[in-house]
Every structure is written in structure tokens, then in C-alpha cells.
Design a protein around this ligand. Structure first.
Ligand code: CTP
Ligand code: MG
Length: 342
């Protein structure tokens, strides 16, 4: 059980808020960096087309969802024009042949095909920018969840800032690398969105539950319904809670740490951003796992499935320490950052 937190002070809350805002201003890419990513993409596409004339490349992940860092990897999805989908066998063959082609590109190095993963990819390193990237094939659901995340980011700037804070926190605590047994950035972003939906009053709606028709529209991709409300201009009139929550980012960040350490029962509940009502691990038959995060479209996909017991404890400890550190007011002068002296 957790120790109660000492009373918060307005001064400390104000510093907390500035630190959160600073995560965003320090790490968000500027317009130039965004256009560099598009430029690399176009260059790669024309190079890949020498081998696969119908190839189309598209960026997804944090290059497009609104939560990108300057050094975030380039997540690229490739499809072949006139071909709807691809089977596992062909996917591996194309990934290997794509890797051979990319090895001839003078601007790239460290080309590495990974064909054993759930989603086969070719990894690469872009020499001039120092960016890493990977290309996957027909990763269509990822394109849709990227659009969903981008829509949430566009609703309220606090969404964006909190997702940055969460990613910085995960990196600093070394709990944000799925390839090393922890959780992906994507999983942490879902945790932030879920918290913001469950906050009272909520900061964001459940976009997958807003529609004017009697029944939820069906837009099927790989067998899953990827419908969500994206006409954000009309959101104020469609969602009665719009702009009701007026908390600062600092308050929300502390609220998030308290939510996941004090309120949310990981043993029983699922982090689930597609519906507002509670979803339980029992409903999903995912009771053997401790941190359960349901993908918003691929409902069989638990983002926490790869966590060991040890790693789960390590992540929970990071949240508990975070709650103490951010929830305990300290004497805040002199300023933490030179920029706060203004
Ligand atoms: N993705 C997914 N399922 C996962 C992991 C990732 O669908 N289990 C998709 C998501 O669309 C995600 C994208 O792959 O946005 C890229 O994943 P990742 O690079 O881990 O996250 P980013 O959001 O790109 O964050 P980062 O800035 O750390 O690269
Ligand atoms: Mg990425």
C-alpha cells in the first residue's frame, strides 16, 4: 500500500506544469524535421520502385500520430499497387528481396531483415540524418491506429503534451522499449488516452463510440472494425462534455500517476480506449497477465502480452516512484531550468 501524499502547493504545481510543457517544446520536431522525413520517404520510394514498380510507401507511427520526437524512428509501411493483401510466405520473400535492394542505397547502412517477428520488417539506418527506420508490408491496421491517435492529439493540446511527458518518463525510467521486454511507446500512449477518457470530467471522448446513425458504422480492415469519429470540427456539438475539463497539464500528469498507482486495478481491468465502460481481464480471458492493454482495433492484441513478471514489477515501481517524486512538493527555488528564470 502507498503512503499518502503530502498536500500539494500551488507553487509546486506551477513548476510541474512548466516541466510538462517543456517536455513538449524541447522534444517536438519542427516543420523542417517533419519535411525531412517526407523527403526521405519519397527518396526511398523511388529507389524501391526500381525493384518493385508498384511499390507505395507511407509513414505511420510517431512520424504521423502527433507524438514524434526529433530522433523517433521512421515507421514505414509498403504496399504494392493493385494488390489487396499479402500472405505470410510472400511477405518474407519480399522483405528479403527488399533488404537486398536497400543494401545498394548509398544513403543507408545497417540493413537488417527481421522475418521472425509478428510483423516482418527491414531495418535501416539513414546516414545523413542519423535516423533509424523500418519498413513493414501491408501493416494496414497500424495506419488506422496512427490516424486514430492523430485525431486524439488534435482535440486538445494537453493530449499531445501528456503523451510527450509519458514518453520522456518511460525513456528516463528505461521502461519504454518493447524489443527489450518492456512496453512500446504505442502502449504508453494508449495508457495516457485511456486515463484522459476516464478522467472526470473527461478531457477526450471515446471516438469509436460517437456516431449519428443508430448503429455503429462498420469499416472492416483485416477483419476488424476501424470506424471512429473523425469530423473533429463538429465534435463540440456531438460531445456534450467538450471543453468541460479545465485542469492544467501538471495536474493531469500527477492525476495520471495517481490513477495508475491508486485507482486502476491492473489485476481486474483492461486499458481499453474503444469504449467508456469498464472492460475486465475476465471478459477478455486475459487473467494470467498483469498489465493488459487492448489494441483499439485488433481486439485480440494485448500490448502487455510480452511482459514478464519481473518487468511488470519494474514498470509498476517506476509509476510508484513517479507518483512520489511528482506528488511531493519541494522548495522549488532556485529554478530547475535556466528558461524558467524569465
Ligand atoms: N504498433 C502497433 N502495435 C504494436 C506496436 C506498434 O500497431 N504492438 C504501430 C502503431 O501504429 C505505432 C507504430 O506501430 O504508432 C510505431 O510503433 P513505435 O515505433 O513503437 O511507436 P511510435 O508511436 O512510433 O513511437 P516512437 O516515437 O517511440 O517511435
Ligand atoms: Mg516509431
Amino acid at each position: 500500500d502507498l503512503d499518502p501524499l503530502p498536500p500539494m502547493t500551488p507553487e509546486f504545481l506551477s513548476v510541474l506544469n512548466k516541466v510538462c510543457e517543456q517536455c513538449y517544446t524541447d522534444f517536438a520536431p519542427d516543420e523542417l524535421e517533419v519535411s525531412v522525413r517526407e523527403h526521405i520517404l519519397r527518396d526511398l520510394e523511388s529507389f524501391v520502385r526500381r525493384q518493385f514498380p508498384g511499390a507505395r510507401l507511407q509513414l505511420f507511427g510517431s512520424s504521423k500520430n502527433g507524438f514524434g520526437f526529433r530522433q523517433s524512428d521512421l515507421d514505414i509501411c509498403m504496399v504494392l499497387e493493385g494488390q489487396e493483401s499479402i500472405d505470410d510466405g510472400n511477405c518474407i520473400i519480399i522483405i528479403e528481396s527488399l533488404a537486398r535492394q536497400l543494401k545498394k542505397h548509398p544513403g543507408l547502412k545497417n540493413i537488417l531483415p527481421i522475418t521472425t517477428a509478428k510483423v516482418p520488417i527491414v531495418k535501416f539506418y539513414h546516414i545523413r540524418t542519423g535516423l533509424e527506420g523500418d519498413i513493414s508490408l501491408y501493416n494496414t491496421l497500424a495506419l488506422h491506429n496512427t490516424r486514430l491517435l492523430a485525431s486524439y492529439a488534435a482535440i486538445d493540446r494537453r493530449v499531445k503534451i501528456l503523451c510527450y511527458v509519458m514518453k520522456v518518463f518511460a525513456k528516463m525510467c528505461d521502461i519504454g522499449d518493447a524489443s527489450r521486454g518492456s512496453l512500446s511507446s504505442y502502449a504508453y500512449t494508449l495508457m495516457v488516452l485511456f486515463f484522459l477518457q476516464q478522467r472526470s470530467p473527461p478531457v477526450i471522448p471515446v471516438l469509436q463510440e460517437i456516431y449519428d446513425a443508430k448503429k455503429k458504422p462498420q469499416v472492416l480492415v483485416d477483419g476488424w472494425n476501424v470506424y471512429f469519429f473523425h469530423d473533429l470540427k463538429t465534435l463540440p456539438s456531438c460531445w456534450p462534455q467538450y471543453a468541460k475539463n479545465t485542469e492544467t497539464v501538471g495536474e493531469l500528469w500527477l492525476g495520471l500517476l495517481r490513477f495508475y498507482t491508486e485507482d486502476f486495478d491492473f489485476r481486474e481491468h483492461v486499458v481499453c480506449i474503444r469504449q467508456h465502460s469498464r472492460l475486465t481481464t475476465f471478459n477478455k480471458q486475459w487473467t494470467s497477465k498483469y498489465i493488459v492493454i487492448e489494441d483499439p482495433f485488433d481486439l485480440n492484441h494485448n500490448l502487455g502480452a510480452g511482459l514478464s513478471r519481473k518487468m511488470t514489477n519494474f514498470i509498476m515501481k517506476a509509476f510508484i516512484n513517479g507518483r512520489t517524486v511528482f506528488g511531493t512538493p519541494i522548495k522549488v527555488f532556485p529554478p530547475l531550468y535556466p528558461s524558467q528564470m524569465e
